[in-house]
Every structure is written in structure tokens, then in C-alpha cells.
Design a protein around this ligand. Structure first.
Ligand code: HDD
Length: 692
């Protein structure tokens, strides 16, 4: 770990006799000044008429400090307010020069700087990291031809087909307007009311009720551009494209009970995970892949690719990996970068173009508009994180917070006065696909958008049995929080169309005595074949890389076992943390002191992927009276984690009511434990909870 710099009030500071804070003067400290550069003599006391008298209005140092503080916050994002971001680069490995002129997609080996922000959707900026929610996956690529923002999500489809409905779906999922809760949760009446009356949302509902929306780490999520875009080549020919990010660590999710407990144990779980990874010199990495298809191929698809509630199964159009993204640097300042970064799907570079997806078309307006109110000025592109890293020149001038000082008389075009002023370039400039848009104007939805259930069904039948149970159980949980029975019934009616058995399971889980009537689909449901790529568990990677193992120890623990476990786990790419009843550490069996990384009560097993209990028999017995220790073990078991145990751990296993299974392994059999730790113990699940 890099050592962080000690701040000014560290060990050098002490309280003076009058209670005031004195600091030793360090020659290297620059003088503290006001914003005007005036050196400050005292940053502890305001200017008073006498020691116990009123504060004087004259105190410009105090007034400036408080005034600036009063204005520190800017409006949070209306959606995706809670986010974490990192810098890195994109590198192309396979050129798309036959279908696009975009340099970022044709120049193999060139590293393009990126800034990537991950987010939840519904919660406020201070909400927790682990609710059931879609994750935003927004990448700003600072290309040689301008900024390209790929503003996607970790699910490939969206709730609605038309941007006109975006304020409605967002209002419905956010906290209810009369009561101001729930924060960051879809499990409430208004969301499910809206969904029950919006059959087009059914496919996305299947995705959000799946484990995809309770990820283990931001490093382990997929990203999707969602919409079809176009690529344009030099001849002006266009090819449709869908963009995908695939995590090198494989996908991994939490289980629901774990996600709920994580929210309390570490509200910053995902942010901390990314920070810790990069701070320790690690990286987060994704493959970048495209699905390319022509208009003729699209005409043959059993759905309309312009409909954002549909994906293109990989069996229909295979993914072609053409590059990778590596995130390797945490921002210097959260506000300056992560908070002020302004993404916009309209930021495209020459060689890429929009499709007519009506959701995308609305987004092209929304993002710039929201930046104006969030960042307060059309000059937000001058904020370093938003500014292009290639040369740029335009005639836009003035406005609030203008920091540029253009010279000369010419701020218009055409002009004859300044031969070096910027001009449009008909060759290299951005061009739109030449498309014949003949047709009749109207507020209409294409007939080809009317099939709302076929891909929802395809997603459901593509899941493993465990995943299907998780979807059914998630639906039961969410709907159990809905007070209006008719809303529950309408949802079950939709589920019956997706899969009759799913409808029945959810109805049973809710305790309905009668199955509500099935919904009437506008179009007959197509029996689309299962798609293996849609299952998370089916595609999980059994690995310890990027995972974290917790070792619970106490006074008298066997240091040799701890070191062996630690060494072997680290060799397989895992991080290891030692947990002890006291953060100061423990005295091992051999009398040596062992420092701890976390204190037991503050470091529950939910923050680990697998745990080892290395305890003396005496310590094991004592810990049975420690609720945090019993929960540590019980939760690790309940969350289907591998557990390594020794003789001292047996009492604790008993106290936690655990009947050891294949995932409970001897701590001295390091190999067996680490193998078990590469995955969850799915076969254990029916023994520890009743799923719908
Ligand atoms: Fe959006 C933010 C992703 C539909 C309007 N959106 C936002 C962010 C992501 C997405 C990742 C956060 C960016 C960041 O980290 O700053 N949004 C999507 C995806 C969509 C989508 C994948 C559908 C495929 N969004 C969508 C629609 C509209 C918006 C249809 C409006 C018509 N989105 C916004 C916004 C936000 C935003 C209000 C809030 C903050 C911001 O833009 O900068 O303009």
C-alpha cells in the first residue's frame, strides 16, 4: 500500500494552554492565503472586538471562508447520482478500418486516455453502493478526434422504448414524493405500479431481478452501449454496431442477503473496492467487443434492433473482441473529476453515428441540458476532466466562468480578417449517415416494437436453475413491499406470460390464494431459443484473482497456518485481510505479535469472498459468546462461501448451527480451501434459505 501523507493536525499539532491549536512551523509548508492570495495569520480564531466579545463584520478572512463553504455543493445528478470513477486507457487490438474511419477504432496499439464512471441509478449521491439496481457504466474516451462518450449500463436493455417516458420511470423508482422514501430501492408501490402498466419493461425487469444488479464489485460487471449505433466508412457506407465491455475478472454477484448486510457493514463497498485495488497498484480491466450487422441482416431479426428493450443474442450476431480498457488511476480529487465529469451520448467522433432508437434520440438532448443546470455554465467543457485532450478551436465565447482568453477580433466564421481562424473541414469533419428518412410524421410507436415478452422469456429460460430461483425470490421480495394488491396481481399476470411457472412461484411466494389472470400480449410470444451468454453463473470464472479472503484469528492462533494460507491465496491473485477481536492484533501461539487489518465487529464476513477460521480451542470457545464472531461464521455459510476451519473453530461452527459440507475445508489443506474459494457453494443454498 502506498503511504498517505500525514495532514497538518497530525502528531506535530498540540493544544496550547488557552485551548488553541498550535502547529510546529515547517519550512516546507506554503503560506495559507485567502482566495485573493493574502497570507493568513490565524486560521483558528475569527476577529473579535475583545476575547469574549462579538465577531467583527470586518473579518474578510472568516467571511470568504464561510461564503465559499456555503456554496460548495452543486446539484447532484437526477439519476446516477452515486458513482465512483477512475482514469485509464483504451487500446485497440483489432482494426475496424473496413467499416469506420474513427481513428480510435482503426489505429491498433494506440492508447486512448479514458475516464470511466460507474454508478447506481436510483439513490442519491450519499446512498449506499449495494442496492438492487442497474449500474451505470459511462466511459469518456479522449480520442485524437474529440471526446467520445459511451454512456452505458451493466444491463443491455432498458425499461422503456421512448425517451418521452424517462421522467415517468425515474419518478416512479425514486423515493415517493409525499414521504421521501425509500431511498435507493425499487421495492415500493410507485415503481411496480408504473411497471405493471408498462409491458415494454418486462425484459428489463427480468434483468434487474437477476443477480446482475447486485454485483460483487464494479470490476466484475459487464457494460453495454445498449442502443444500436452506426459506423461509417470512407465511402460513407454504414454498418450497425452494438458495444460491449467484458470484465477480465469474470462476472460475479453477491447474494441478496449479503447485499443487504453489506449496505450496513460498508456503504462504500464498491467505491472502496475500486479505490483499494488501484491504490495497491492493481488495475481493473475489460475487453471491448462489438456486434456488427447490416441493415439487411437487421431486417431478418425476429425483433427490431432500434427498440432498446431488445438485445441481439450472441448466437445471432457473435461478439468480436477488438480492444481492452484498463483503469489504473484513482482521481486526485473526487469533486473535481468524479462529480464534475459530464457525459453525453451525443459526444461522438467522425466515423460513428447515431441510430434512430427513440430512446437514444431523446438522450441526445437530455445530457447537455442537465449539465447546464448541474454545472451552471455552458463553459463546463473547460473543466479539465471534460476538456478534450486533442487540439480544439471554435467561436463559442464568454458566458459564466469563462476561463479562456481568446485573442484577436475574429469570433465568427466566415471571416477574411484572420486567416488562421478555425474553419469547418468537409473531409475530416463529423458526417451523419446519408439516410432516406421518407415517411409520415406522427406520435407513433412502430408496430415492430410491440413484442414485449419474447426476449423476457428468452432471458428467463437461459438462466440456470439457481438463477431462476433468485429471480423468482427477488420478485417476491420486491412485491412483498408493495401495499397495493392489484399491483402485485397485475405483475404476476405479466410473469405468467413470460413463464407460467414463474408466475405461479411468485404468486405462491406472496401467498396469493388464486392465480391472477394472465396479461394479454399485443403480439404472440415467440419461442426464442435459450442463449447461453445470458446466464451469469453459467459464464462465471472460477478464480481467486481480484477476490478477497478474510482470516479470523485471535490470541493463540497458529501463525504458520495463517502465513501458509496468506501466501498461497496471494499467489493466486487474492488479497488477504486478517481480522481479530482487537484491531491492535493478537499474540500467536508461538508468542509472536501479529497485526490485524480489521476489528471483528467492524469487519464482518460479508466483505470477503471466502473466510478461514484459524483459532486456538480456547479462543474458539470464547468467541462463541461473541455475536460478531458467530455472525461472521453463520453469514459466511449462509452466503455460500468456502470456510477453512481448524480444531479451534469447531465450537464456533456449532454455535453458528453449521453442519459442515464440501465447502467447509480444513485450514491446513490450503489447496482444497483455495479451490473451494474460487466459487460459491451453490449446492448449499437450498439448505440455508427457502427460495421461491
Ligand atoms: Fe441516462 C445519466 C445511462 C437513458 C437522461 N445515464 C446517466 C448516466 C448513465 C446513464 C451511465 C451517468 C453518467 C455519469 O456517470 O455521469 N441512461 C443511461 C442508459 C440509458 C439512459 C444506458 C438507456 C439506454 N438517460 C436515459 C434517458 C434519458 C437520460 C432516456 C432522458 C431522456 N441520464 C440522463 C440525464 C443524466 C443521465 C438526466 C443524469 C446526470 C447526467 O445525465 O449527467 O441527463
Amino acid at each position: 500500500m502506498k503511504k498517505r501523507k500525514q495532514d497538518d493536525t497530525g502528531p506535530d499539532a498540540h493544544l496550547g494552554t488557552g485551548g488553541e491549536l498550535h502547529q510546529h512551523a515547517h519550512a516546507e509548508h506554503p503560506p495559507l492565503t485567502t482566495q485573493q492570495g493574502i497570507p493568513i495569520s490565524d486560521n483558528q480564531n475569527s476577529l473579535r472586538a475583545h476575547p469574549r466579545g462579538p465577531t467583527l463584520l470586518e473579518d474578510f478572512v472568516l467571511r470568504e471562508k464561510i461564503t465559499h463553504f456555503d456554496h460548495e455543493r452543486i446539484p447532484e445528478r437526477i439519476v446516477h447520482a452515486r458513482g465512483s470513477a477512475a482514469h485509464g486507457f483504451f487500446e485497440l487490438t483489432d482494426s475496424l478500418s473496413d467499416v469506420t474511419t474513427a481513428k480510435v477504432l482503426t489505429e491498433v496499439g494506440v492508447q486512448t486516455p479514458v475516464f470511466t464512471r460507474f454508478s447506481t441509478v436510483a439513490g442519491g449521491a450519499g446512498s449506499v453502493d449495494t442496492p438492487r439496481d442497474v449500474r451505470g457504466f459511462a466511459v469518456k474516451l479522449y480520442t485524437k478526434e474529440g471526446n467520445w462518450d459511451l454512456v452505458g449500463n451493466n444491463v443491455p436493455v432498458f425499461f422503456i422504448q421512448d425517451a418521452m417516458k424517462f421522467p415517468d420511470v425515474v419518478h416512479s423508482v425514486k423515493m415517493e414524493p409525499d414521504r421521501g422514501f425509500p431511498q435507493s430501492a425499487s421495492a415500493h408501490d410507485t415503481f411496480w405500479d408504473f411497471i405493471s402498466l408498462t409491458p415494454e419493461s418486462m425484459h428489463t425487469v427480468m434483468w434487474i431481478m437477476s443477480d446482475r444488479t447486485i454485483p460483487r464489485s464494479l470490476r466484475m460487471i459487464e457494460g453495454f452501449g445498449v442502443h444500436s449505433f452506426r459506423l461509417l466508412n470512407a465511402a460513407g457506407e454504414s454498418t450497425f454496431v452494438k458495444f460491449h465491455w467484458r470484465p477480465r475478472l469474470g462476472m460475479q454477484s453477491t447474494v441478496w442477503d449479503e447485499a443487504v448486510k453489506l449496505a450496513g457493514a460498508d456503504p462504500d463497498f464498491h467505491r472502496r473496492d475500486l479505490f483499494d485495488t488501484l491504490d495497491a497498484g492493481g488495475v481493473a480491466e475489460w475487453d471491448f467487443a462489438v456486434q456488427l450487422f447490416t441493415q439487411e441482416e437487421a431486417d431478418g431479426f425476429p425483433f427490431d434492433h432500434l427498440d432498446p428493450t431488445k438485445l441481439i443474442p450472441e448466437e445471432l450476431v457473435p461478439l468480436r473482441v477488438i480492444g481492452r480498457m484498463v483503469l489504473d488511476r484513482w482521481p486526485d480529487n473526487f469533486f473535481a473529476e468524479t462529480e464534475q465529469v459530464a457525459f453525453c451520448p451525443a459526444n461522438l467522433v467522425p466515423g460513428i453515428d447515431f441510430s434512430n432508437d427513440p430512446l437514444l434520440q431523446g438522450r441526445l438532448f437530455s445530457y447537455l441540458d442537465t449539465q447546464l443546470s448541474r454545472l451552471g455554465s455552458p463553459n463546463f467543457t473547460q473543466i479539465p476532466v471534460n476538456a478534450p485532450k486533442c487540439p480544439f478551436a471554435h467561436h463559442q465565447r464568454d458566458g459564466h466562468m469563462q476561463t479562456e482568453q481568446p485573442k484577436g477580433r475574429v469570433n465568427y466564421e466566415p471571416s477574411s480578417l484572420a486567416p488562421d481562424s478555425p474553419r469547418a473541414d468537409p473531409n475530416a469533419g463529423f458526417k451523419s449517415a446519408a439516410v432516406d428518412e421518407g415517411g409520415v410524421r406522427g406520435r407513433v410507436r412502430a408496430e415492430s416494437f410491440a413484442d414485449h415478452y419474447s426476449q423476457a422469456r428468452q432471458f428467463f429460460i437461459s438462466q440456470t436453475e439457481i438463477e431462476q430461483s433468485h429471480i423468482a425470490s427477488a420478485l417476491v421480495f420486491e412485491l412483498s413491499k408493495v401495499e397495493h394488491v392489484h399491483v402485485q396481481q397485475t405483475i404476476v399476470g405479466h410473469l405468467r406470460v413470460i413463464d407460467e411457472r414463474l408466475g405461479q412461484r411468485v404468486a405462491d411466494g406472496l401467498g396469493m390464494d388464486k392465480l391472477p389472470p394472465a396479461a394479454h400480449p399485443a403480439k404472440p410470444v415467440q419461442k426464442l431459443p435459450p442463449s447461453a451468454a445470458l446466464s451469469l453463473i453459467g459464464n462465471a470464472k472460477d478464480t481467486l484473482e481480484g477476490r478477497c479472503i478474510g482470516i479470523l484469528m485471535a490470541d493463540g492462533s497458529d501463525g504458520a497456518v495463517i502465513s501458509a494460507l496468506k501466501k498461497a491465496a496471494q499467489a493466486q491473485g487474492a488479497r488477504v485481510k486478517l481480522v481479530a477481536p482487537r484491531v491492535g492484533g493478537v499474540t500467536l501461539a508461538d508468542g509472536k505479535h501479529q497485526a490485524a487489518d480489521g476489528q471483528l465487529a467492524g469487519t464482518p464476513s460479508v466483505v470477503f469472498d471466502a473466510v478461514a477460521l484459524v483459532l486456538s480451542e480456547d479462543a474458539g470457545r470464547k468467541l462463541c459468546r461473541e455475536a460478531a464472531a458467530v455472525d461472521f461464521v453463520r453469514d459466511a455459510f449462509g452466503h455460500l462461501k468456502a470456510i477453512a476451519t481448524d480444531a479451534g473453530a469447531q465450537a464456533l461452527l456449532q454455535a453458528a448451527g453449521i453442519e459442515p459440507d464440501a465447502g467447509v475445508v480444513r485450514a491446513d489443506d490450503v489447496k482444497a480451501f483455495l479451490k473451494a474459494a474460487t466459487t460459491r457453494q451453490w449446492v448449499r443454498e437450498p439448505k440455508v434459505r427457502t427460495l421461491a
